[in-house]
Design a protein around this ligand. Sequence first.
Ligand SMILES: [Cu+2]
Length: 100
Amino acid sequence: MKTSFTKPVLIAALSLVGVVATNAHAFANNALGAEVTQIVELKDGSSVYIFQDGKMAMESKTGRVTRMNPGETMEAKDGRKIVMHGDEVARLDSLKYIPN
Ligand SMILES: [Cu+2]
């Protein structure tokens, strides 16, 4: 099981919106697990990846990295609201395909 690398900056970013579902989510590889603290599943089937610095990236329900405008509100499966912080498309894309 992956441990959480939560940092104060992330706590600060997330506490503003009162977030986050802690799902025990398997990371695709070690490099991704080292940079991403959490993957939160959203109501619409997509997922938000939250990096250690608090920035985020979106993945569609088909597993494709997608864009989202920073500042937009997302709804997690458990009903909690998450505000999009950053849009780290290239960062997630490059990390996802690193082999273990
Ligand atoms: Cu988002």
